[in-house]
Design a protein around this ligand. Sequence first.
Ligand code: ADP
Ligand code: MG
Length: 401
Amino acid sequence: MRDVQRVILVDPSDATREPLRNLLLGIESAWLEAECSRYEFVFDVVNQSSPDVIVVALDSDQNKALQLIAQLSAERPELPILAVSAQGDGQSILKALRSGAREFLMQPVVLEDLLIALQRLQQQRGQRDGSPTNGSTRTESLVVAVLGSRGGIGCTSLAVNLGCTLAQDKSRSVALIDLDLALGDADVSLDLMPVYTLADVAMNIDRLDMTLLKRSLCPHSTGLSLLPHPVQVTDVGLIHEDHLQRVIGLLRASYTHLIIDLSKRLTPTDMAALRMADVILLVTQLELSSLRNTVRLMMTMGTEDGIGDKIQIVLNRVGCDFYDGAISMKKAEETIGRPPYWQLPNDAKAMMGSRNAGVPLIQHAPRSKIHQSIIGLSELLCGKTEEVAPAKKRSGFFSLK
Ligand SMILES: Nc1ncnc2c1ncn2[C@@H]1O[C@H](COP(=O)(O)OP(=O)(O)O)[C@@H](O)[C@H]1O
Ligand SMILES: [Mg+2]
């Protein structure tokens, strides 16, 4: 859970103060300490409380508002000010910042932007105070999209278990979006019976706030929160690209890690997720059709601005007997043109057992080699370990050819 930020909202106009108040009330990590409808009363309110942030709306009286900001930042330099205005031209922004505001947001304020601005202010304050910053005070979350090179390649297994593993660290908040809208099975893998799904989120997109979005997430005992695919296959069409952009924007502003299990059809919603991801794990195996598709996908994605660079290859089921002798690691590396980012061993017993029981590996088979490998991948993603050595050096480890 993020630390709560006590906020004072200053806005003489009821028309703009109300929507701002509603946005702030919907943010779990913010506590609306006081509202001020007169610029003149702000000092009294500040002195009677101990706010962490002051949000000042400028438009009722620009001069008075800027004077207030200047005075506040002179007398209470430790107190960050977030200025809000419908005038978003360079001059207006500059004036606000020169007066002492640390952040500036355009009216009407968008929830995602407000969340990010508040987190940035909190982080800056933490750094200034010298208080330790942990995963929960990062500005944005790490968004990991899991893309497959064919059906049954191991995307859901990886997405679910990576999410549960990451969620073990209580300083993190981890959410998984099941974007395999028609045939997804992340809910089954976690034995969850969703009440709300992505379809409910899409239908309420115009009035979506954090409270509503969080209600649609299904909590698992590992700490992972799942945003499930629609229950009815016919509801798939309700979910559009722009809905997903909104959902990812909101979730990444309030969760430290976001995992997205994609469909294999490269739908507009998949593409939106790929664009917004920080890392794309492209799951492949040592066999012809998935390696061929991996190359095709990399060629196609390479032409999409900003997507190709984010792709990392995850070689799944390494050491699997089915493929014995089929394609060597060396050949795979030559075909793909780079070493894998990570190799996941074949572990049919643990994986099958876990999937059939609807219990993630961390609870079903915590000592299994596949779970240990997923821990390694989670640490690599979080920057704690070095990338796996090139496959050449590892050959023999998983009895590779
Ligand atoms: N590393 C692995 N070792 C053994 N079996 C695996 C492994 N990864 C996935 N599987 C199995 O492969 C099957 C398909 O995996 P799944 O994650 O559903 O693929 P996708 O989501 O790409 O369609 C599942 O039955 C799962 O148990
Ligand atoms: Mg799947």
